[in-house]
Design a protein around this ligand. Structure first.
Ligand code: FAD
Length: 295
């Protein structure tokens, strides 16, 4: 299917972008890698009259490390996340999730900003960013504002972005010392597929007492937005590490999600898979031996 005609706007600065957004309002859409936007335009799901090309804006690119945080520009591509030396220790969870997106071609075009602004419940960067306590910096002619990612993602395809704003960067605080983590994604195929269920886990433990300290769990594709599984986190935090405790928390996570039936899977299957994946992800992050599964 061919794209309907649109005007292509090539701003040379962030100021220009903001002015274009004010001038054209909902007639215009920002273009990053185009891997969601152009597909939706071809499918006639959205028909913006104008596209504002963000790609030449170097201010939106790159990963910058400060003493206690990491700032990731909205135009940072998934391949840049995969390869960045800055994504070390707990931050490496985001790099791990980036490797599971689409295909090498998609990862060379798609950006972290596009993944979050598209706000799909199955967005692969969202669960890791939720457990990493990400905030997003939104920018307009009026200045910058920062909100937690959890508040930014408001529904399928919906965000807290105002019409005159862009997502400028994603900010990650330093993860806790000794963070153990993993990201598991279940799809119908191993690549070029969206998650039916995804799980990000980040935990810290007390090795002497053999207890969990901090436990952070996030789920993708099983609610209108990617969510934290807070009841399951609470169940594990401070408790003795053990198979039974992990299994019970996985069951709690399966109860607190709100999966939907769609073309790709039933709600019942998704809920069951939350149980399986949460148990497996927590065990894997702790280094428990688990049978090879291909996930
Ligand atoms: C074949 C294929 C496979 C895919 N596989 C996966 C997958 O496995 N996992 C996954 O999560 N996704 C997948 N995707 C979806 C897509 O590749 C990602 O969501 C990607 O990160 C989108 O980024 P983009 O730069 O291409 O965004 P674009 O398509 O350019 O933009 C997406 C939306 O965000 C808005 N936008 C972009 N940047 C900004 C900004 N800085 N400020 C404000 N608004 C902005 C655009 O206006 C648009 O509404 C796949 C897509 C395809 C086509």
């Amino acid at each position: 299917m061919r794209l309907k005609p649109f005007e292509f706007l090539n701003p040379s600065s962030l100021e220009d972008v903001f002015e274009l957004l004010v001038r054209y309002g909902n007639e215009a859409k920002c273009l990053a890698g185009g891997t969601d936007l152009l597909v939706q335009m071809k499918q006639r799901r959205i028909l913006p009259k104008r596209l504002i090309n963000l790609l030449p804006l170097s201010e939106l690119k790159g990963i910058h490390k400060a003493e206690d945080s990491l700032r990731i520009g909205a135009l940072t591509r998934h391949v840049d996340l995969e390869r960045s030396a800055f994504l070390e220790k707990g931050w490496n969870l985001l790099a791990l999730a980036a490797t599971k997106i689409g295909s090498p071609q998609i990862r060379h075009l798609g950006t972290i900003g596009g993944n979050l602004c598209n706000a799909s419940p199955s967005a692969d960067t969202a669960p890791p960013l939720l457990v990493l306590h990400a905030t997003v910096c939104l920018s307009s002619l009026k200045g910058n504002r920062q909100i937690p990612l959890e508040a930014f993602l408001t529904g399928p395809g919906q965000t807290g972005l105002r019409e005159d704003e862009i997502l400028k960067e994603v900010i990650l605080p330093k993860p806790p010392e000794g963070s153990l983590f993993t990201y598991l994604k279940l799809g119908r195929r191993k690549s070029m597929d969206l998650a039916l269920v995804s799980v990000a886990v980040l935990v810290t433990i007390n090795p002497e007492r053999k207890t969990f300290e901090q436990v952070r769990l996030a789920l993708g594709s099983v609610a209108p937005t990617p969510i934290r599984a807070r009841a399951a986190e609470k169940q594990l935090g401070g408790n003795l590490i053990g198979e039974e405790a992990i299994r019970e928390a996985a069951e709690t996570a399966a109860q607190e999600c709100q999966p939907m039936t769609d073309l790709r899977a039933t709600a019942e299957y998704r809920r069951e898979m939350v149980k399986v994946l949460v148990e497996r992800a927590v065990k894997q992050s702790l280094g428990f031996p688990i049978p090879p599964t291909g996930i």
